[in-house]
Design a protein around this ligand. Structure first.
Ligand SMILES: Nc1ncnc2c1ncn2[C@@H]1O[C@H](COP(=O)(O)OP(=O)(O)OP(=O)(O)O)[C@@H](O)[C@H]1O
Ligand SMILES: [Mg+2]
Length: 361
């Protein structure tokens, strides 16, 4: 299952472009400002309905046009499934799967597991907990079908609870007590799904990855559910505090995880290059888990791979990518700069040269 046809219209600096990528490795090279990141952004947009580099979705549309379209065909066994997304300057999005209009971006996301690595993504990863939660939940979303509904339901209840804490109508304490029954039930479902996923993640990571990259031995992943012990008593104990804050301070919306080595947080130990390598290892582990558990090939976008990576780290990235069966889209300014990474991988490679928003093979 991979994309075997991609077309873009009025996306960033790309007026119109279409190509037939390899199911294995696609190398996209070209000068600064040619449109490499934009091409990856379009593939990400097709799965997530938004950009990975800006919250201003309007910027995805070419300055001189009113809307942008990304369309692709996904190969699944002998079937070719057309999928498409368009966005206009009013912010309206339209989705199409197999010719049928869809309103749910989660349907596209389910069909196309797409992840991205950029030179900056490791910073986000080792910054606030939001990005780590997003990463974790993307994995759980793909392998645990009931997770998405539980997560959506939880967010609705959380919104209600926070609104009550903020506006405090006369019977707010009773109302919160009422909502808390469901809050706890769904929070437990989310926590169980996340914990089960982390267990499977750990098993692969420590078995397959650590044996390839010795600097990772001794790493320990610590998961924080967002509360300790029993959630009912935690909510009770924090009630006065939550009233003062005007929001719920404990629960699965505060979950996080972190890596430790010899008891120290890796942010204080690992170099930038090592952190980047760990980010590669985490994304590749996740894609591999999604692929083995859902039998769907996933897509990994790697923007500007050589940026800031030394020769040895590049060799380790190659070792990691050898473990990965994802459809890869890798960008670099020159094709030569990533030959040390892609040449040792025994998979089909296609090269695409981007120049002023157009492609040549
Ligand atoms: N909405 C838009 N409409 C038209 N052009 C745009 C729009 N947004 C960005 N651009 C232009 O698109 C071009 C491609 O940008 P992109 O970031 O894809 O380049 P790149 O090939 O990744 O470059 P680099 O190697 O510097 O990362 C840039 O020249 C940018 O100024
Ligand atoms: Mg770029």
């Amino acid at each position: 299952m991979s994309l075997n046809y991609i077309s873009l219209n009025h996306f960033r600096n790309i007026e119109a472009l279409s190509f037939q990528p390899s199911a294995d490795i696609n190398i996209i090279y070209g000068a600064n400002g040619s449109g490499k990141t934009s091409l990856l952004e379009a593939i990400y947009f097709l799965s997530h309905g938004k950009s990975f580099r800006t919250n201003k979705q309007k910027l995805l549309i070419h300055y001189e046009h009113e809307s942008c379209i990304v369309h692709a065909k996904k190969q699944h066994l002998n079937l070719s499934i057309p999928v498409g997304i368009s966005k206009n300057k009013q912010g309206e999005t339209q989705l199409k799967i197999q010719g049928q209009a869809s309103r749910k971006i989660s349907e596209l996301a389910q069909l196309l597991p797409v992840q991205v690595i950029t030179p900056e993504s490791y910073e986000l990863f080792f910054g606030g907990p939001k990005e780590r939660r997003k990463f974790l939940d993307l994995g759980v979303f793909h392998v645990e079908h009931s997770f998405f509904n539980a997560w959506r339901q939880f967010n609705k209840i959380l919104k209600q609870r926070n609104a009550l804490l903020k506006s405090r109508p006369h019977n707010y304490a009773e109302q919160i007590k009422f909502w808390d029954v469901e809050f706890i039930k769904v929070a437990d479902q989310i926590n169980i799904a996340r914990k089960a996923y982390i267990e499977r993640f750990n098993a692969y990571f420590f078995d397959k990855i650590v044996s390839q990259i010795p600097i990772f031995s001794g790493l320990e992943l610590r998961y924080d559910a967002g509360w300790k012990e029993d959630l009912a008593s935690t909510l009770k104990a924090n009630f006065e505090r939550d009233v003062k804050l005007g929001y719920t301070s404990k629960g699965p919306h505060k979950a996080d995880f972190s890596f430790y080595i010899n008891g120290h947080s890796i942010e204080n130990i690992f170099s930038r290059g090592q952190l980047k390598l760990l980010l590669y290892a985490l994304k590749i582990t996740q894609n591999t888990l999604i692929e083995t558990e859902t039998k769907k090939q996933s897509i990994l976008l790697i923007d500007d791979l050589p940026s800031e990576l030394g020769e040895e780290t590049m060799t380790s990235v190659a070792e990691l990518l050898k473990l990965c069966q994802s459809q890869l889209f890798i960008t670099a300014i020159t094709a030569e700069s990533i030959s040390a990474v892609v040449e040792p991988i025994q998979r089909e490679k296609k090269m695409f040269h981007v120049k002023h928003g157009s492609l040549t093979t």
